[in-house]
Design a protein around this ligand. Structure first.
Ligand code: ZN
Ligand code: ZN
Length: 259
């Protein structure tokens, strides 16, 4: 193995299997590498850390042993990518904008942050409830959020209220049907749906739309179907994986896929 392939560039191998390859190791230490030790201390897994890293650095980070090593990270709140050491990422907010917001009293008004809007009444249809129930059987859905702060206003409000919110994936799910009159989500309503998707995209959220009753696809993640069925829900789960990665979705699953 060449120097580049071993992130530490040393001949030390650790108990956890990180460091030099077994064949190249001159010293095998009877303890885990510093990174694995810090992960254990902060009760995080290597997978959780990898998910925070920008994709280009993940292969190296998977084998990293040094907590001072610098990587590029993705802010879970949708801020721009930032450079930080593994130590900073595991022990603090890492993201400089999040660090600044943590000190500001207005932190909860940050765009992209989901929150509970008290007293919010939504005309929840049976189909929408069925979608929530079937999806809730597959992945864990939060009950304590119903709105997402945006960085513009939508119908005069600095927030939107999607049907289903999955904060861990930053994905909102909308159930669209033409309604009894056959006019909902058509014409001007379609423009408003698009505007809502744009507002969410601005703050780092993706939208999956379940489109029934003859409504055509709207946006990149549309499921055109006859109604809320198991296969429609299956497609939602598949799209979640396509948007945020299988690993992130698997982490939310109630029963892990077998095989
Ligand atoms: Zn290790
Ligand atoms: Zn941030």
């Amino acid at each position: 193995m060449d120097e580049e392939a071993t992130p530490t560039g040393t001949t030390v191998r650790f108990c956890c299997g990180h460091g030099a390859d077994a064949a190249d190791a001159r010293i095998t230490l009877q303890r885990d590498c510093p990174l694995c030790m810090l992960l254990a201390e902060t009760t995080r897994s290597r997978e959780q850390l990898l998910r925070k890293a920008a994709p280009a650095g993940r292969a190296a980070l998977a084998r990293e042993t040094r907590i001072g090593a610098s990587y590029e990270w993705i802010c879970s709140r949708g801020h721009s990518r930032f450079e930080a050491s593994v130590r900073e990422t595991l022990t603090g907010p890492g993201c400089p904008k999040c660090a600044r917001n943590a000190q500001a009293p207005a932190a909860r008004f940050e765009g992209g942050v989901p929150f509970m809007k008290p007293g919010l009444k939504l005309g929840t249809s049976q189909a929408e409830q069925k979608l929530r129930m079937l999806l809730g059987e597959r992945i864990r859905l939060p009950h304590r959020v119903n709105a997402i702060r945006i960085s513009r206003t939508f119908y005069g409000k600095p927030e939107v209220w999607p049907d289903i919110i999955i904060p861990a994936l930053k994905v909102a799910i909308e159930y669209d049907s033409p309604g009894r009159e056959g006019t909902s989500h058509r014409g001007l309503k379609e423009a408003s749906d698009r505007e809502k998707d744009d507002a969410l995209a601005e703050v780092g959220w993706a939208v999956i739309r379940v489109r029934t009753g003859g409504l055509a696809a709207l946006g990149p993640y549309s499921i055109v179907c006859s109604g809320v069925t198991d296969s429609a829900v299956e497609e939602v789960v598949r799209l979640l994986g396509a948007i945020r990665g299988e690993e992130a979705v698997t982490a939310l699953m109630r029963t892990k896929p077998s095989g």
